[in-house]
Structures are given as structure tokens and as C-alpha cells.
Write a new protein. Structure first.
Lengths: 279, 250
């Protein structure tokens, strides 16, 4: 395939002037300087007037919790996306025998709270498994007795359910002509999927994927309710140990804001890698 | 073959556990369901009110109001709901009581219902702000300009033109928010408010029939979702009558 030059539209009139309002306000108007100063004053007063002496004692634990949160987030987003692609494809183009179960799965996952799903898997399955001797005897048993496999499973299924719906829309919105052209080239069906359909669908779904990844980060603290030690459960342990109400929670919230910022930044970089023309 | 005799017994046992009369736990689940729905309704309504003000601040507000609204929506959408709930539920009630004591009043006991509604409403407000802002921007500019040319006051314009005209654009987003609101009520189980999920947990913990009760709770939540999406679809169809369909417009 030959490399085609990507056209950059030349604007004779600045028609997209209003497109990026942040460019206009980048000069930092006075009111914003005042707001930033107020924000800095709040942060400074929080540092000076609140108690942070517990922080060094819990440094290791906090890092461990942070790592656990990020690990769970990455693993479940990756596995969930792998599961979402077939779910979306089945709903967008599959035969009814695949489309209906996929649709039912997405509806059930999207229609029930994640907390109930998590507790159903952990307490429900966890209470069923020990009744069967062959499960107790299997090599997986040491893992099934821990909490994190259930956390990973529940978050993966949840992400797949939400993302399957997004991928269905993305697969359906790839123009028919693209697929017909690929077929006219004599590509096999899997090649069409790999070269044309999937990349374009992912490109279309990318902004939504970023939002869903942030939502997934926001649902990771739920795993603390089934005794997985993540960032949130570290914070609640600090609260129990030190009887401080605000400090651990504020730090926790700040931590999540920072992680969200990193996710949004990474996805924006990813989006910029794909050249696209504004219609 | 032994299963054939076990399964019916297991199923009848399940129905005994779920029956609404005394030995069964059905009544507890239903009470929890009603509490969940109360909170979901309250939070959604409060979210709509906050969202209306927030979207007006974002669109028509001065520079400071605009920045404050942006900070509010950004922070709420970046901090996990569970953390927000803990923060506002414990820290918020503590803060209110400290302020009241500082002003020389008695401490007040804030009921779980009110606290839950306020907390979830605060979270919903951020999302509603974005939904309503998009919907107001989707109104043809001429309609608002015409209203202004008639000399309507901003409140009258909001009541007569902006809110009715934006409704069809906002409904899909608001429908989504309502579904999120029903599911977010489950998070209040973590702070010990006995809504459907916590009632389920207590019933399951007492009877050790975890699978039965969690499946039942899941079925109840799913029923709420499916039932409300049928109604919301009907409302949306009614609100959009005479307008081109969404599919063609895309």
C-alpha cells in the first residue's frame, strides 16, 4: 500500500476561531490569577493547619495501595477491552445466536450496580466454590481463596459490558464503503477486520474509551469492600488508626485527581498519534 | 440423577427465603428498594437543580462563575463517587455540626436519607451541568435571540424558551443520568445506609444464602433499569415529536 499524503486544510478565513476557546484565555486574565492564589492559599493552609505527621509511617503502605490501584485499573481495562471487541462485533454484525446473548450480557452488566456484581461474585461464588471437592483440590484453589481474582473478574466484566456497547456503535459507524473497498481488494474477512474495521472502530471509540477508563478508575475503590488493599482502603485504614477525618480523605481525593489527569493526558497523546481531518 | 431431587428442594427453599412474610426476607429487600428509589429520585432532582444553575453559570456567567463551575465539574468527575460519598457523608456532617456548635446552636443529627440525597445530588449535579450545557447549546440561536428581542427577562426566557426547547436534546443524557443515579444508591451501603444493597447483604449474611439474595437484588436493580428505560423511551419519543429522528441527524 502506498503512503498517501495527509491533506491539511488551508483556512483562508479563520472559520475555526471559536473551536478552541482555551487558546483565547491562555493569557491568564486577572480573575484567574486571584483564583489560583486562593487555591494556593487553601492548599498552604491545609498543609500548615492540618496534621500530616502520620504520613511517613504510612509511606510504604500508600505506595503499595497506589500500585495495587493502578495495576487493577490497567489489567481490567486491557482484559475488558479484549472482551469488549467480540461483544461489540457480535452485536453490530453477528448472527442472532451471538448477538442476543451479547446484548443480554451488556444489558445485565449495565443495569445492575457494580457493587452488587462484586459482592455477588465474591460472596456468592466464594460461598459456592468450597462445596465442591474438585475445586478445592484443583491448582487454582489458592487463588480462588484470595479476594483479588474476584475483584479483577468483576471489574473486567463491568468494563467489557459498558465498552461492548461503545464498540457496537463504533463498529456500526465505520462507513460501509470502506469495508466494500477492502472486499473488492480481495482481502480475507479476518484481514478486513484486522486492517480496516478494527482500527477505524477503535479510532472512533477512542474519546469514549478515555472517559470509560476514568470511570473505571473511579470504580476501583469498590474493591476495598472485599478486602483488596488498594489506595482507598489504605486511606480508610489511616483514618481508623489515627482518628483523623479530613486529611487522609483529602489526600486520597487529590491522588485520584492526579491519576485521572494522567489518564486523560495519555489518551490525548494516543489520539494525537492518529492523523485525522476536521470535517 | 441425585440432582433431580435436590434442585426442586433448593428452589422451594429459595422462594421461602425471598417470601415477603416473616420467615422470608422479601419484605426487607422491598423496603430497601423503596429507600433506594427515594434516594435516586431525590438525588436526580437535586442534580437537575444544580445542573440548571451550573449550566447557566458555564454559558452565561461571568468569568469567575464560569471558572468555579468548571472546577466543580472537573473535580467531581475526577474523584470516585465512593470517596465523594465518604468525604461528604462523614466530613460534611462533622463540618456542619462544628459550624453549628461554633455559632452556639445544638448539634443536629442529619438523617441518612437527607445526607444520601445531598451527597449523590452533588455528584449528579456535575454530570447534569454538562448534559444541560450541551442541550442549551443545541437550541437554534435564533430562538434565544428572538426571545431577547421581545424583551423577555432572563427568568421568563428560561421558563418559556430555553428550558422547553432544550428538553428534547437533554433527554437522552438525563435518561442516562437517572440510570446512573439508581445504581449509585448502592454505594450508600458502604457508609451504612440500609438501602437495597445493604439489606441484601444483611439478609445474605444472616441466612448464608449469598447467591440467592445477590441474584434477587441484581434482578430488582435490572427491573428498575428496564422499566425506567421503557418509560424514558416513551417520554423521549413524545418530547421529540415533529423533530427529525436522531439516527438520521447523525
Amino acid at each position: 500500500m502506498s503512503e498517501t499524503q495527509i491533506e491539511v486544510p488551508v483556512e483562508t478565513f479563520p472559520i475555526h476561531k471559536e473551536k478552541d476557546p482555551s487558546a483565547q484565555t491562555s493569557k491568564l486574565p486577572p480573575h484567574r490569577i486571584v483564583l489560583i492564589l486562593i487555591g494556593l492559599a487553601l492548599v498552604a493552609s491545609a498543609i500548615f493547619f492540618m496534621r500530616w505527621d502520620w504520613l511517613p509511617n504510612y509511606g510504604d503502605l500508600i505506595l503499595q495501595g497506589l500500585w495495587r490501584t493502578i495495576w487493577i485499573l490497567c489489567v481490567t481495562v486491557f482484559l475488558g477491552f479484549l472482551l469488549a471487541v467480540p461483544l461489540g462485533l457480535a452485536q453490530a454484525a453477528g448472527p442472532a445466536i451471538l448477538a442476543i446473548p451479547a446484548r443480554a450480557f451488556c444489558t445485565v452488566i449495565r443495569g445492575t450496580p457494580l457493587l452488587v456484581q462484586l459482592w455477588l461474585l465474591y460472596y456468592g461464588l466464594g460461598s459456592l466454590f468450597p462445596q465442591y471437592p474438585w475445586i478445592r483440590g484443583s491448582e487454582l484453589w489458592p487463588y480462588l481463596r484470595q479476594a483479588w481474582p474476584y475483584a479483577v473478574l468483576a471489574l473486567t466484566l463491568s468494563y467489557a459490558g459498558y465498552e461492548g456497547e461503545v464498540m457496537r456503535g463504533a463498529f456500526a459507524s465505520v462507513p460501509k464503503g470502506q469495508l466494500e473497498a477492502a472486499r473488492a481488494f480481495g482481502m480475507r474477512r479476518f484481514t478486513i477486520f484486522r486492517r480496516i474495521w478494527l482500527p477505524q472502530a477503535i479510532h472512533r471509540a477512542l474519546p469514549t474509551l478515555a472517559g470509560e477508563a476514568v470511570l473505571q478508575l473511579k470504580s476501583t475503590p469498590l474493591v476495598a469492600t472485599i478486602t483488596v488493599v488498594d489506595l482507598y482502603s489504605v486511606a480508610s485504614r489511616v483514618r481508623q488508626d489515627t482518628f483523623l477525618t479530613y486529611e487522609p480523605l483529602l489526600l486520597l481525593a487529590a491522588g485520584y485527581v492526579v491519576i485521572t489527569g494522567i489518564i486523560v493526558y495519555l489518551f490525548r497523546r494516543l489520539e494525537r498519534l492518529i492523523p485525522s481531518k476536521l470535517g | 440423577m441425585a440432582d433431580a431431587s435436590i434442585i426442586p428442594a433448593a428452589i422451594t427453599g429459595m422462594f421461602d427465603l425471598l417470601s415477603p412474610v416473616a420467615p422470608g426476607w422479601g419484605a426487607n429487600l422491598l423496603r430497601g428498594l423503596i429507600r433506594s428509589l427515594q434516594i435516586a429520585f431525590g438525588a436526580f432532582g437535586m442534580g437537575l437543580i444544580i445542573g440548571t444553575f451550573g449550566s447557566y453559570a458555564k454559558l452565561y456567567g461571568g468569568p469567575i462563575a464560569r471558572d468555579l463551575a468548571a472546577i466543580y465539574t472537573t473535580l467531581v468527575r475526577a474523584i470516585p463517587e465512593l470517596v465523594m460519598i465518604i468525604l461528604l457523608y462523614y466530613a460534611g456532617t462533622d463540618l456542619i455540626n462544628r459550624i453549628l456548635e461554633g455559632m452556639g446552636y445544638q448539634r443536629v443529627d442529619i438523617s441518612g436519607l437527607v445526607a444520601g440525597i445531598v451527597v449523590l445530588g452533588f455528584v449528579q449535579g456535575a454530570y447534569a451541568t454538562e448534559v444541560l450545557r450541551g442541550a442549551i447549546k443545541a437550541i437554534p440561536q435564533g430562538e434565544i435571540e428572538a426571545a431577547r428581542a421581545y424583551g423577555m427577562s432572563p427568568v421568563l426566557m428560561m421558563r418559556r424558551i430555553t428550558l422547553p426547547a432544550m428538553l428534547p436534546h437533554a433527554l437522552p443524557g438525563l435518561a442516562n443520568l437517572w440510570l446512573i443515579s439508581t445504581k449509585d444508591t448502592a454505594l450508600l451501603a458502604v457508609v451504612g445506609f440500609s438501602e437495597l444493597t445493604l439489606e441484601t447483604r444483611q439478609a445474605a449474611g444472616t441466612t448464608k444464602a449469598y447467591m440467592t439474595f445477590y441474584l434477587a437484588a441484581g434482578a430488582l436493580y435490572l427491573f428498575i433499569t428496564l422499566f425506567s428505560s421503557v418509560i424514558l423511551e416513551w417520554v423521549e419519543k413524545r418530547a421529540r415529536r415533529g423533530m427529525p429522528s436522531v439516527k438520521e441527524a447523525r
